[in-house]
Design a protein around this ligand. Structure first.
Ligand code: PEP
Ligand code: MN
Length: 355
């Protein structure tokens, strides 16, 4: 199914990146207004704040609900910024329309649920409002496209996709893995959909916001949605990933925006994929070494020699054959696995020599 899209019609339509900024949650009138005033002073045109907060576990701050909507209205009246918030149910949509919210977004947990997305789509029939759809929490491109199609099918033509990373059990640097190949593939499948990066939820850490924004720009993404709070350390949700409007302004000022020529874009996108794959290789290698050390410990406790020749030969033979099947020269695979094996032996020697 082709999406029928129109330009977003937002004040910063011709800017790359267009930026939506604001706190994770609308906590108090004072926090909302102070943050909004500071952002407006920095030239920000669009203000975000969560009114209903989907929390993993009960007991956390779940948003102020309807009470926060007049604050959003006040932001718009006083600063002129457009306002954006997350909707997860038809009731949220109805309330946002009642209070004049300008942009709606569908959160990652909702995108993962076709029933909820369809209910939202039905409630949006006959309404003309920009709707941004975050990727689902799980790395499933079809689910993301499906949600975009459902909303578009309801007649919403001003749409964008937000890349906020994908949840994983094995958390390392990122709160949510970027898996850049997924938004890249989305853009290939739906070339006219504006793509917005959410570095706050990908990184989960303030210091990752700047590099993630730069990566998004290098991939040719159109916009950014960044969490910004007047007092980030005291935020009621997502404190570690919010920056002050001042810092956000600095982060945006140092972004390098490259020309969008096709060839540069393609090669940059491919290089990003290579970088990501190399990161994965290193992570997997580190995991392999960890297991090697555990084996080393076992051998030590059972008085076995580190080098088990039969096992080493088996590894080299098997991996060589696997390489051939996948179009890689077995000689190359052999060299790589010799190097890996050498390092594994080193790691096991260290375990053995430890008192
Ligand atoms: C948010 O933007 O604050 C949010 C809850 O995001 P996500 O749906 O990406 O987790
Ligand atoms: Mn958040």
């Amino acid at each position: 199914m082709e999406l029928e899209l129109q330009r977003l019609g937002l004040p910063s339509d011709n800017e790359r990146p267009f930026v939506i900024a604001g706190p994770c949650s609308a906590e108090t009138e004072e926090q909302v207004m102070t943050t909004a005033r500071q952002l407006a002073e920095k030239g920000c045109h669009m203000f975000r704040a969560g009114v209903w907060k989907p929390r993993t576990k009960p007991g956390g701050f779940e948003g102020n609900g309807e009470m926060a909507l007049p604050w959003m209205k006040q932001v718009k009246e006083e600063t002129g910024m457009l306002t954006a918030t997350e909707v997860a149910t038809p009731e949220h949509v109805e309330l946002c329309l009642k209070y004049g919210i300008d942009i709606l977004w569908v959160g990652a947990r909702t995108t993962a649920n076709p029933f909820a997305v369809q209910a939202l789509a039905d409630s949006l029939k006959g309404v003309d409002i920009p709707v941004f759809v975050k990727n689902p929490v799980n790395p499933d491109l079809e689910l993301w496209i499906g949600a975009l199609e459902r909303i578009n099918g309801a007649g919403i033509k001003r749409m964008a996709a937000i890349h906020r990373g994908f949840s994983s059990y094995d958390k390392k640097i990122y709160r949510n893995l970027p898996m850049w190949q997924i938004p890249i593939e989305l853009k290939r499948r739906i070339p006219n959909i504006p793509l917005v990066c959410d570095p706050s939820h990908i990184g989960g850490r303030r210091d990752l916001i700047a590099p993630l924004c730069q990566q998004a720009m290098d991939l040719g993404m159109d916009g950014l949605i960044v969490e910004s709070h007047c007092n980030p350390d005291k935020a009621w949700s997502d404190a570690s990933q919010q920056v002050t409007p001042d810092i956000l302004d600095y982060i945006l000022s140092i972004l390098v925006i490259r020309a969008e020529t096709q060839t540069t874009e393609n090669i940059t996108a491919l290089r990003k994929q290579i970088d990501e794959i190399d990161n994965n290789i290193i992570e997997v290698l580190a995991k392999r070494m960890r297991i090697s050390r555990e084996i080393g410990q076992y051998k030590k406790e059972h008085g076995m020699t580190i080098l088990q020749t039969a096992r080493y030969t088996e590894i080299l033979d098997k991996r060589g054959a696997q390489g051939t099947l996948m179009g890689i020269d077995p000689e190359c695979i052999k060299k790589i696995f010799e190097a890996i094996h050498e390092e594994s032996v080193n790691q096991q020697m260290k375990v053995l020599n430890k008192a």
